[in-house]
Design a protein around this ligand. Sequence first.
Ligand code: PMP
Length: 297
Amino acid sequence: MSLIPFDDRDGTIWFDGHLVPWRDAKLHVLSHGLHYASCVFEGERVYAGTIFKVSEHSERLAASARILDFEIPWSVAEVDKACNEVVVANNISDGYVRPIAWRGSEMMGVSAQSSKIHLAIAAWPWPSYFSPEARLKGIRMCWAKYARPSPHTAPTGSKAAGLYMICTISKHAAERAGYADALMLDWRGQIAEATGANIFLVRNGELHTPTPDCFLNGITRRTVIALAEEHQIKVVERAIMPSELSTTQEVFICGTAAEVTPVAEIGEYQFKVGPVTRMLMENYDKLVRRGGKSKAA
Ligand code: PMP
């Protein structure tokens, strides 16, 4: 990954309706989004110049904002169009798109009823989240210190910036201890997800994945479920306790950034990169490069 800081690059960023020079896409330090985390975002991948499932991402962005009690002043179709414009303007072939919406500076307190809502969209070239070597061998994960909160404690259905506090702390601790990522349990002690990706277990040829009742039901997760069903693999969504990892043959995580990435180790448990994971990795790769066109799309 490039070490050029993200605020000092060439290119253009879509900012409140206009493409502006990259370095000019700034907000004031007294912004509600920064102080009170009234901020939602998306992460999208571009494959061969096409954003994979762009409308699903734009729809989730609007839904995330509504959960935080604000309305993005651009329609889903307008956000789709702006995302595509940014990809073209920056000549991105394989990369990442980051739309972000936040409350502005009109009010500086917990209440921000009349704050202006801003939207910016940036895109940059980005090959792979985990190293190609890790993706072949499977990543090593440890247990996260924090648990995903209950939906009564936090707006867990929103891709809200504030929910990533515990992800960054957990991922930092994992990386310092030599792991690629951390697995988070939920407040009940059930397996939830990685710090930026959903998780699947392969058990006797079936796919088992936690019910997404306190974390994102990822777009990749839903794509993987459709791909598995297309290949006659049974998918079971249910509560999964960590002890079940001892009788699990394969594990993988998936997300827009992580794609389908095999897991070799979670704490005391070890797994093989097996045939089901390999088949789903290959088919996910094929699907995204076809622009999402398949029965599973
Ligand atoms: N969980 C978390 C915490 C994430 O950040 C992501 C990535 N957006 C996911 C799951 C997977 O979601 P998606 O497949 O829509 O990228």
